[in-house]
Design a protein around this ligand. Sequence first.
Ligand SMILES: [Fe+2]
Length: 244
Amino acid sequence: MNSNPYEGPVVLGDDPSVGPEVQIDYPGYRSTRWRAPGRPLVPLPEEFHRLDGPVFGEQALQQFDNDLTRQHEGEPLGERIIVHGRVLDEGGRPIRGALVEVWQANAAGRYRHQVDDHPAPLDPNFSGGGRVLTGDDGGFRFVTVKPGAYPWGNHENAWRPAHIHYSVFGRGFTQRLITQMYFPGDPLFPYDPIFNSIRDPRSRELLIARFDIDQTQPEWALAFEWDIVLGRGGNGTTPLEEER
Ligand SMILES: [Fe+2]
């Protein structure tokens, strides 16, 4: 038996009698109850699935979109880090030209957002948002500061492990995938129902970046490597939020 308090009895995906609302409504992660569909899904018109446009290109990016430490006059406080990786398909082939967007709390664990009012300081030199297009090898790289843990009120003494939110767009607006990247060795992992809403421990590991000494730059920044592997779940593919 796993002693993890969030290892509940919910079946994810492998029981055809379980509807999507049960799969998305995760016990212990309170707001999933409100987000999970309570009624049958509505098929969208075919034109909503068009893949020939709109599409993204280099013109969608600003100069410092991939460097969250240079978007203001001064540098943000915190531990400067480099995050890099590749977006791949299940066969290990690179996904080129994918728009990777990130958003995160500052080093003190505070989001620049009106609903985040917990008593940690905002940083005037940190907005917490970035974007980059993958290259021919599916690679992306950005510079930021390591986000802090933050309380989130889900239950008594609830704190999120440090994480960066990711969105990956495919060829158009209708292809968008959302997930989170974590940092190795975080002591909050066993207590976080969001992290543990991914049932398979091996899949959870796929959301944790690897410390990368080779890309770490002396006197400047630690580096972390994290690949995003797109697929229909399992087989080493990155868990996505729709699957929870
Ligand atoms: Fe977050």
